[in-house]
Design a protein. Structure first.
Length: 111
């Protein structure tokens, strides 16, 4: 009876890790991260006009003066820790899935 509960627990844990891995993988492959990074670097209309005016006046131009940082940093110790844990889980889940599929591939090749 105890063995069944343990097997059920590990099966649930595996499915949870696998689902987490798939979620992170799809988010990475779909370009979600790149989209957010590109969105940070866009110019607003006012910034473009200011840039063009400075060019006309021949001022020294530094691109950082025209970029608007609208992102708020909400990180604290807890969020940084959970991010590290999440990245660790993702790393080991990926290794586990790769190992499983490698073994499945080896079993198929043997038959």
């Amino acid at each position: 009876m105890k063995n069944k509960k343990l097997n059920k627990f590990f099966k649930y844990l595996f499915y949870t890790c696998f689902l987490s891995f798939l979620t992170f993988y799809v988010a990475g492959e779909s370009g979600y991260y790149e989209y957010n990074q590109r969105k940070k670097m866009t110019f607003t209309k006012e910034q473009i006009e200011k840039f063009e005016e400075d060019v006309k006046q021949g001022k020294n131009i530094d691109i950082t003066e025209y970029l608007e940082n609208t992102e708020q940093n909400y990180q604290n110790k807890l969020s940084k820790t959970t991010l590290k844990i999440s990245e660790g889980i993702s790393k080991y889940t990926k290794k586990g899935v790769e190992l499983i599929f490698t073994r499945i591939g080896n079993m198929i090749e043997e038959t």
